[in-house]
Ligand binder design. Sequence first.
Ligand code: 5GP
Ligand code: ZN
Length: 109
Amino acid sequence: MDCIFCKIIKGDIPSTKIAETERTYAFADLAPQAKVHALVVPKQHFANVAEVAQADPSLLAEMVSVAQDIAKTTYNGQYRLVFNSGEDAGQTVFHAHAHVLTGQKLEGE
Ligand code: 5GP
Ligand code: ZN
């Protein structure tokens, strides 16, 4: 499958690793929207967060837990977690991912 995040997980495309667990990988977003902008992805391919939630709720919980750890390690434990699910929501990469925005006080929505 021609999935950019699967290639990143395999190491075929370089990325800046931020965290890793048995079932997840977290790396720096190429176009950061905050001082710290990480993407947390399941190592297994799912198209979006709804598919993860349906297939394996504990995997979704693990993604949230990794986000929490990143915010604790890089900032004061506070963070914004964003899942774009579907084109109309702004999803451009169809491998489920959580945007973790932290490292600073965030403005508005
Ligand atoms: P989406 O819009 O699907 O929610 O988010 C996709 C995110 O992936 C974007 O924030 C974009 O900057 C990031 N992105 C796209 N391609 C790459 C890449 O090759 N490497 C990294 N590190 N981030 C990427
Ligand atoms: Zn993938």
